[in-house]
Write a protein that binds this ligand. Structure first.
Ligand code: UGA
Length: 444
């Protein structure tokens, strides 16, 4: 089938490459000329495991090409996926002007009836707004063509996005006409033939809600365990064992029960705020989610409280920050908790040395007073404390005796529970780890 993808950012490019891999004839369109030129020259503008190889393969096979020309992209498409950004406004509501502009270009350029599929995460009832905008615009051009609007949310995680797209846990398609359902089923037939998974066919509003409900639930799971971590710290219990034991219950599950520095990234913080806003607009106060958001902000401040407790005044103290990416396996620093830790420490006058195996380029030039170092040991050497913000495997491999040797004060704030606190204590280190008994060296 002929597929067009408007917006070739993270979600759009993965959608385009995977749709091409499924055998469709795909064109990826973006207004950003430099992005399209990069893609046309065979490069992928961000890192995502397996994406560059897949893109090269499907481009080579002639099933994926790129353009800045909306007319070329939309003219004879069967399905147009809208994958543009929906950034947060100051009040938490998503800015949908890029979605509206994408819909307008479909209305302007489509030569026959098209299925417009929302992939961007949008508030419930956005489909109706898109359908209305399409109808108005089409009518103003003489009318005649009726387009369908469907909601087809993605559930891909950064770092495993290609795998999540080609072998998903479920496919969700919301449509309000039999024709649109039939077209989308044909789009996904090759995927379902390769990988059997539930195919949830529903109406547009329900599909839109599924995405926000899923992300909000996962974020709430994280805030729940971070609250349990606070209680464990007060009671002298171990949150990891609590989470492991809870996770054995199949109704709960162990995933997304890692206490730590809280959730970040381009999705959870934005989607939780958006869902609170959407609920309020519909007349429901989603207080539980306001609490999810509050607990997350508190979790991000946890290392600062620990540093004040263990190091006292932070002005002019040298602090090593290990990890900037919002999670391991990506160089993405959008809404990364580490950045808030860095801001809070700078505000207190601490001197920071920051390491990350892949994400340093993303913050180069952002702070004049923060030293970015290429090796973790260079951050640790001579520091008064270390804060672990991202659980990269290479940090896990640092031996406690090496930590003790490199640090000036033996203070470790392990905000991702990377290391075994007892093992560090056995090497003379004072350790604050999340939701576990705090171990301080007597007399330190
Ligand atoms: C998330 C969802 O997992 C995807 O299903 C969804 O499609 C995507 O958002 C989206 O809306 O597009 P992603 O943002 O890539 O994917 O990241 P996650 O792996 O979900 O992690 C999010 C944050 O939660 C990270 O900062 C991570 O460190 C944190 N986290 C995760 C925890 O603090 N504890 C956990 O147990 C799990």
């Amino acid at each position: 089938m002929k597929v067009s993808v408007i917006g070739v950012g993270h979600v759009g490019l993965i959608t385009a490459a995977c749709m091409a891999d499924l055998g469709h004839d795909v064109i990826g369109m973006d207004d950003d000329r430099s992005k399209i030129e990069t893609l046309a020259s065979g490069e992928v503008p961000f890192y995502e495991e397996g994406l560059a190889a897949l893109t090269t393969k499907v481009v080579g096979e002639g099933r994926l090409r790129f353009s800045t020309d909306a007319a070329e992209a939309v003219a004879d498409a069967d399905v147009v996926f809208i994958c543009v950004g929906t950034p947060s406004r100051d009040d938490g509501s998503p800015n949908l002007s890029y979605v509206q502009a994408a819909a307008a270009s479909v209305a302007t350029h489509a030569t026959s009836s098209v299925v417009v599929a929302e992939k961007s995460t949008v508030p419930v009832r956005t489909g109706e707004r898109i359908r209305h905008a399409l109808a108005l615009q089409t009518q103003s051009r003489g009318g005649g063509i009726v387009h369908d609007v469907v909601s087809n949310p993605e559930f891909l995680r950064e770092g495993t996005a290609v795998e999540d797209t080609l072998r998903p846990d479920r496919v969700v398609v919301g449509a309000d006409s039999a024709r649109a359902h039939e077209v989308m089923r044909r789009i996904y037939e090759p995927l379902l033939a390769r990988h059997a998974c539930p195919y949830v066919a529903t109406d547009v509003r329900t599909a839109e809600l599924i995405k926000h409900a899923s992300n909000a639930f996962l974020a709430t799971k994280i805030s729940f365990i971070n609250s349990v971590a606070r209680i464990c710290e007060l009671a002298g219990a171990d949150v990891q064992t609590v989470a492991d034991a809870m996770g054995h219950d199949a109704r709960i599950g162990r995933a997304f029960l890692n206490a730590g520095l809280g959730y970040g990234g381009s999705c959870f913080p934005k989607d939780v705020k958006a869902f609170i806003h959407i609920a309020a607009e519909l007349g429901y106060d989603f207080g539980m989610l306001r609490e999810t958001d509050r607990v997350n902000r508190e979790a991000i401040q946890w290392p600062i409280r620990q540093l004040r407790r263990l190091v006292w005044n932070l002005a002019d103290k040298e602090i090593a920050i290990l990890g900037v990416a919002f999670k391991p396996g990506t160089d993405d620093v959008r809404d990364a908790p580490a950045l808030e830790v860095i801001d809070a420490l700078r505000a207190e006058g601490a001197r920071l040395r920051v390491h990350d195996p892949v994400a340093l380029e993303q913050i180069r030039g952002r702070y004049a007073d923060v030293e970015l170092v290429e090796k973790a040991e260079d951050a640790l050497r001579g520091a008064h404390a270390v804060v672990v913000c991202t659980e990269w495997d290479e940090y896990r491999a640092i031996k406690p005796e090496r930590l003790a040797e490199l640090l000036t004060y033996p203070v470790v704030v392990d905000a991702r529970n990377l290391w075994d606190p007892q093992e560090l204590a056995d090497h003379g280190l004072t350790v604050a780890s999340v939701g576990r008994p705090q171990i301080e060296i007597p007399g330190a």
